[in-house]
Design a protein around this ligand. Sequence first.
Ligand code: AMP
Ligand code: ZN
Length: 140
Amino acid sequence: MEEDCIFCKIVAGQIPCAKIYEDEKVLSFLDINPISEGHTLVIPKAHAENLWEIAEGDLAAVHRASKKIIQAMKEVLNPEGVACLQLNGRGVNQVVMHYHLHLIPRVKGSDPLPVSSWEIKPGNQEVIGRLAEILAAKLG
Ligand code: AMP
Ligand code: ZN
């Protein structure tokens, strides 16, 4: 448990949440500022700030749980789709520094989600190709 981490406090039961799922490694609850009906967060119980830091077992557990949760969402909310969003770092607006996966259902007839409706513009294929080579070499 990390001092001053709001999600660690939720895991410890020191702050209430609208819990929807729990297992040995994972907790899931509804977002307090939903951007759509059913906006849910899935977190590891063990504190890790982001994707760089989270243990692989916790990462797998969060994503396994997300599959169960969106099945329940499908039956309860009948969404047209569910956006999965996970932010790493203050530079991309991560606000709570405890890993969390957003599950954001979009119910039929509601506004398009800002997180899934960006403008499509072709990139520079040369730049894309060069960067792919550099990253692939790191990963090879
Ligand atoms: P971000 O770090 O930008 O990915 O988003 C943090 C998310 O946590 C936001 O959507 C907040 O509304 C949500 N949040 C912050 N505090 C709570 C809380 N006590 N209970 C539920 N959701 C929370
Ligand atoms: Zn934490």
